[in-house]
Design a protein around this ligand. Structure first.
Ligand SMILES: NC(=O)c1ccc[n+]([C@@H]2O[C@H](COP(=O)([O-])OP(=O)(O)OC[C@H]3O[C@@H](n4cnc5c(N)ncnc54)[C@H](O)[C@@H]3O)[C@@H](O)[C@H]2O)c1
Ligand SMILES: CC(C)[C@H](C(=O)O)[C@@H](O)C(=O)O
Ligand SMILES: [Mg+2]
Length: 351
């Protein structure tokens, strides 16, 4: 069982070190090899996704990623910019299914931005399509019009099979949960998502036990902070899923609590926290490593079929929280404020 470990930029190396520590403590013979990505990749090999990193990621059974971003990319002239590493690795590995569970640990009810009674017991699985939509659609770019002014273009595109395969992932997950899927779109305005809705309805015929509902994305954003427990599985496209998952993370206390799995058709996956490289807190040992540690648990569950050890990690996280350990982002009065490294140690001790 080989894992490609890609720490990346900003807080990436700090949080990944904690997840690696936890995986090693399981002592289940995982082989790990590190490689640079993002700004670290550009520094090392002039490319945010160096060839050797992509090769390692392809050969490994799973990838553990920290975060990328906030390096000099945006200052490079447009024609000198390599394609972004994170989007390229997702595409290269065909990681079309991004699972982002927003789960509130009871100990963090008071850290949520919402009242405890609104969020207690919250357990939402956001299923986000990851290799299509406006992120990848052509045409795209910035060009100069005849009148001399500039125009930016991105294209929202989905074909039927892309919608169907992510829909299937959501329905299959719903079958193992509470048999409820809410498909989020903007079918009142965007044809791409009108097709999305049609395909979801057609696909739902294969899953008669699952209750399918539809919601416009603007309403979904509002409902998530009004009454989030109405949701169980949410399925949506790349851009809406990106935004809604950051929103949902705050219901669980912090963006530092939201793990993710990005899977291909065979459950080979890349596992990463939903947050970014957090340049404002990088190198200060204050980042919350739990989203990354919980992503490692998802790796054991989805790629290595090791439910027992996935649960062991999740239980250890619960125990560390029950013991009062909190990083700054989830700290509330009376708890024991610790740094990133000490939180990793607390989880290892709880294991
Ligand atoms: N998957 C990824 O690699 C990924 C995801 C999102 C953003 N990014 C990149 O990261 C860079 C910064 O983006 P941003 O500031 O919009 O988003 P961000 O998620 O990095 O940070 C947003 C806010 O959340 C806080 N935060 C994030 N993770 C935290 C953690 N583990 N513990 C405590 N606080 C945490 C940050 O300090 C910041 O205040 C950008 O370059 C962006 O493109 C990368
Ligand atoms: C960094 C960015 C490309 C990425 C995305 O938009 O997918 C991030 O926000 C995420 O949520 O993983
Ligand atoms: Mg995001």
């Amino acid at each position: 069982m080989k894992i490609a470990v890609l720490p990346g930029d900003g807080i990436g190396p700090e949080i990944v070190a904690q997840a690696v520590k936890v995986l090693k403590a399981l002592n289940i013979g995982l082989e790990m090899e590190e490689a640079p990505i993002g700004g670290a990749g550009y520094e090392a090999a002039g490319d945010p996704l160096p060839e050797a990193t992509l090769k390692l990621a392809k050969e490994a059974d799973a990838v553990l990623l920290g975060a990328v971003g906030d390096w000099k990319y945006d200052t490079l002239p447009r024609d000198k910019r390599p394609e972004r590493g994170l989007l390229r690795i997702r595409k290269e590995l065909s990681l079309f299914a991004n699972l982002r569970p927003a789960l509130l640990y009871p100990e963090l009810a008071s850290a949520s931005t919402l009242k405890p009674e609104v969020v207690s017991g919250l357990d939402i699985m956001i299923v986000r399509e990851l290799t299509g939509d406006i992120y990848f659609g052509q045409p795209r770019g910035i060009s100069t019009l005849e009148n001399g002014e500039r125009e930016g273009i991105n294209t929202m595109r989905y074909n039927e099979s892309e919608i169907k395969r992510i829909g299937r992932v959501a329905f299959e997950i719903a079958m193992k949960r509470n048999k409820k899927v809410c498909s989020v779109d903007k079918a009142n305005v965007l044809e791409t998502t009108e097709l999305w809705r049609q395909v979801m309805i057609e696909l739902s015929k294969e899953y008669p036990e699952v209750e399918l509902s539809h919601m416009y994305v603007d309403n979904a954003a509002m409902q998530l902070v009004r009454a989030p427990k109405q949701f169980d599985v949410m399925v949506t496209g790349n851009i809406f899923g990106d935004i809604l998952s950051d929103e949902a993370s705050m219901l669980t206390g912090s963006i530092g609590m939201l793990p993710s799995a990005s899977l291909d058709a065979n459950n080979k996956g890349m596992y990463e926290p939903s947050h970014g490289s957090a340049p404002d807190i990088a190198g200060k040992d204050v980042a919350n490593p739990l989203a990354t540690i919980l992503s490692a648990a998802m790796m054991l569950r989805y790629t290595f079929n090791d439910e027992a050890n996935a649960t062991r990690i999740e239980d250890a996280v619960k125990k560390a929280l029950a013991q009062g350990y909190r990083t700054a982002d989830i700290y509330t009065d009376g708890c024991n404020k610790v740094g990133c490294n000490a939180m990793g140690d607390a989880v290892v001790a709880a294991l």
